[in-house]
Design a protein around this ligand. Sequence first.
Ligand SMILES: Cc1cc2nc3c(=O)[nH]c(=O)nc-3n(C[C@H](O)[C@H](O)[C@H](O)COP(=O)(O)O)c2cc1C
Length: 404
Amino acid sequence: MSERLAVVVGVTGGIAAYKAVSVVRELVLAGHDVHVIATEQALRFVGRPTLEAISRNPVRTDLFEDVAEVRHVRMGQTADVVVIAPATANTIAKLAAGLADDLLGSTVLASRAPLVLAPAMHTEMWQHPATVANVALLRERGVAFVGPESGRLTGEDAGPGRMSEPADIVAAAIAAAGPRDLAGVRVVVSAGGTREPIDPVRYIGNRSSGRQGIELAVAARDRGAEVTLVAAHLELPAPSGVRLVAAGTAEELRAAMLAAAAEADVVVMAAAVADYRTRDVSPTKIKKDAQGDRLDLALVRNPDILAELTAARRPGQVYIGFAAETEPDGEALVALGRAKAARKGVDLLVLNRVGWDEGFGAESPNRVLVLDAAGSVRGEASGSKSHVAGRVLDAVQTVRNRSK
Ligand SMILES: Cc1cc2nc3c(=O)[nH]c(=O)nc-3n(C[C@H](O)[C@H](O)[C@H](O)COP(=O)(O)O)c2cc1C
């Protein structure tokens, strides 16, 4: 993002406060205007001079300092995003209760900016019913959480409670401050890979991790959309703040998508759906002793969900398909995409090349071409799946604006 954001970084009193310095530093290096509000306790863990030097701004703590400026109101109103890293159990509890007995609490209440919390605490504190309830309440109010991760804590112990890495906190803050150009738009995203049962313990599946679909759901959510995520065997946790519908098989995904799409403005079919399913699912585990050296499975075609969805389209709806192809030649790849865009009746087709070491997996980057309904290349994006998700939504907005 090139836009310079006004970011309020709240730092509270936990050991991970030393990592807040890196959060501030990354935000400043990315060109943002960073103002640190530290709690009294935070300054027992990390020095004010460090935070001031790194943020290039005074560090505020006291609600009653420079009262004429009504600082908490000004900082709250001018912030594009407020991020609290680390967020202690104590501060989370205070925020859930809406307490404003210090500069940080008052600023949060005086702000309409998105709030991002990066909790850090011992596992027992994180899993305490009081903290669990506070976090749930804040999530319900639209507060974004990044982490905590599971890992080594302060002492010898390990478990959930470790603060997320500064780069992830910065990314979450910037995403939360991003454009709200999908506010109120109903977006349905399918993600993951279907599994077609062979018998009660085996299935035919694929290598989709669900990451690209999850990133699309997150990006749409952060831009203000009401998101339904139809999830088929995600390898990663589903994001918060979206409606989750689980679908295991192609048939289940079809039913979930038909129902969700009827209410949607934008439908993104990012799940990898099996083209074939087993004709006869064995009710009991197939035994090799009974089969001998060879097992023949009869497969039958699954319905073409995307074509079915677009055939039932309502005016104004936008449909986006994904095509993962192994074709090595660039022109032939685009030709495949063009044919698929026409066959599926989509407004946009996101085309990427996949292979043994390309495209799949939760961490691997993605490189895509975005084709329009006529098969012309409308854009390309490469980088993290989160970056690609943003560019795909930009293309969706272009289609939506054209049809207005
Ligand atoms: C050495 C030490 C480490 C602490 N680490 C944490 C922590 O990681 N997370 C947490 O929630 N509280 C931690 N606490 C407790 C908080 O400092 C305490 O709850 C404090 O009141 C938080 O104030 P604040 O939320 O206003 O910053 C720690 C306390 C001490 C003495």
